[in-house]
Design a protein. Structure first.
Length: 381
């Protein structure tokens, strides 16, 4: 990442934490969430501050394993460990934490997490059959709205919901514009830059500030491209990273791919293109929120046709040369789905496909490096 962008991002990130602490001291509620299925618009409409919570560091996992099984997903262990060790400042500030029943590991971990903070659990259906499951999910979204009204003492109006939807849609479109920069060949932006910008800004209290900052970064990166400054040579392999969510501290696969001379041009994951689909602003706001979040193409959905549709769109739109599918150890839904994803990529698009299963530690870095470099040799042929 360019020194200028990194420094500005770090400064504003540190200031953001101070801003949240001050707002909380002034009486605003802070709502922590872990997952893309959490409808942040409802918290915004209640005047609360929705913040993303920590779950991408390896350090807290040792403490978490005193309570949780060692053979559990590192994201779950890191999330719990960050709370147990009080090393996530955003968790510390949270008045309420929102969990969701995506996988068995997370929903049981949330039972234990309740000893640290009040929880609200969203009971998520695992089918996207709108006739069968949307009415149930709508009631869950409505129940969360009622909990937020109780928590904040504010009545959530349709007008407030519509305004929140408009703001988050603008945020999604701006984030997509940043990620779309990588469609250019060669890309003027690295995968690690995309990750750093989107990950850090996901913690911002002031979404308008985050939107404006992303726009500044877009202009800066476009100017860099106009000057002919690119991080990759024109024929560098263009890699799509699919699978589990990745954070700044769990980015070893991205580092290894880009150090080997390839460019991660897009992320299909929760922090990438799964997160930028819009909410329909012409519909009843609560209904539109329910529909948008239920349609998220996560591997916990069975079946999960939206993931294949998104992959096809990204492979074609980004002129992808190969697909790397990342699974965290013990993430069974992504692990099982990887077989079908691999067949889809290879048979429909004729592209090389690599499935990697790993955790947050650096212990297997050399093994991963060898596999990635061998894969990239296939991509170059």
């Amino acid at each position: 990442m360019s020194f200028v962008i990194y420094n500005r991002l770090e400064q504003l990130f540190e200031q953001n934490f101070s801003d949240i602490a001050q707002a909380k001291a002034n009486g605003r509620k802070v709502i922590g969430y872990y997952c893309l299925f959490s409808p942040v618009e409802i918290a915004l409409a209640a005047g609360a501050i929705p913040v993303s919570l920590c779950g991408s560091k390896d350090d807290p996992i040792e403490e978490a394993e005193k309570v949780l099984p060692r053979n559990l997903c590192p994201l779950i262990k890191s999330s719990y460990g960050s709370a147990a060790t009080d090393t996530c400042p955003f968790f510390r500030l949270s008045d309420l934490v929102v969990g969701e029943t995506t996988c068995d590991g997370k929903k049981k971990m949330f039972e234990l997490l309740g000893q640290f903070r009040p929880l609200h659990i969203l009971q998520l259906p695992q089918s996207q059959d709108s006739g069968a499951t949307l009415p149930f999910w709508y009631q869950e979204v409505k129940r969360f709205k009622e909990r937020m009204e109780e928590e904040t003492g504010e009545r959530i109006t349709d007008e407030a919901l519509s305004a929140a939807i408009h703001l988050t849609n603008e945020e999604r479109m701006t984030k997509k514009s940043l990620m779309d920069l990588a469609k250019t060949k060669p890309s003027p932006i690295t995968g690690r830059e995309i990750l750093a910008i989107t990950h850090k800004i996901s913690f911002f209290m002031d979404k308008r500030k985050g939107i404006n900052l992303i726009r500044e970064f877009i202009e800066e990166i476009q100017e860099r491209a106009r000057q002919g400054i690119n991080s990759f040579y024109p024929k560098a392999p263009r890699i799509l990273l699919s699978g589990v969510p990745v954070g700044i501290d769990s980015d070893k696969v991205i580092r290894l791919i880009e150090r080997a001379g390839a460019n991660v041009v897009c992320f299909e994951s929760c922090g990438g293109y799964k997160s930028v689909s819009l909410i329909d602003e012409t519909k009843d706001p609560l209904q539109a929120i329910a529909e948008k979040y239920l349609a998220t193409p996560c591997s916990i959905m069975s079946p999960n046709p939206g993931r294949y549709e998104l992959l096809a769109e990204l492979i074609e739109g980004f002129s992808v040369d190969g697909v790397v599918d990342l699974t965290w150890q013990a993430c069974h839904t992504y692990n099982v789905e990887s077989y079908s994803i691999g067949k889809f990529v290879e048979e429909k698009f004729g592209l090389p496909f690599l499935h990697l299963e790993t955790d947050y530690s650096e212990s297997d870095t050399e093994q991963l490096r060898v596999r990635i470099e061998a894969f990239l040799e296939m991509v170059k042929k």
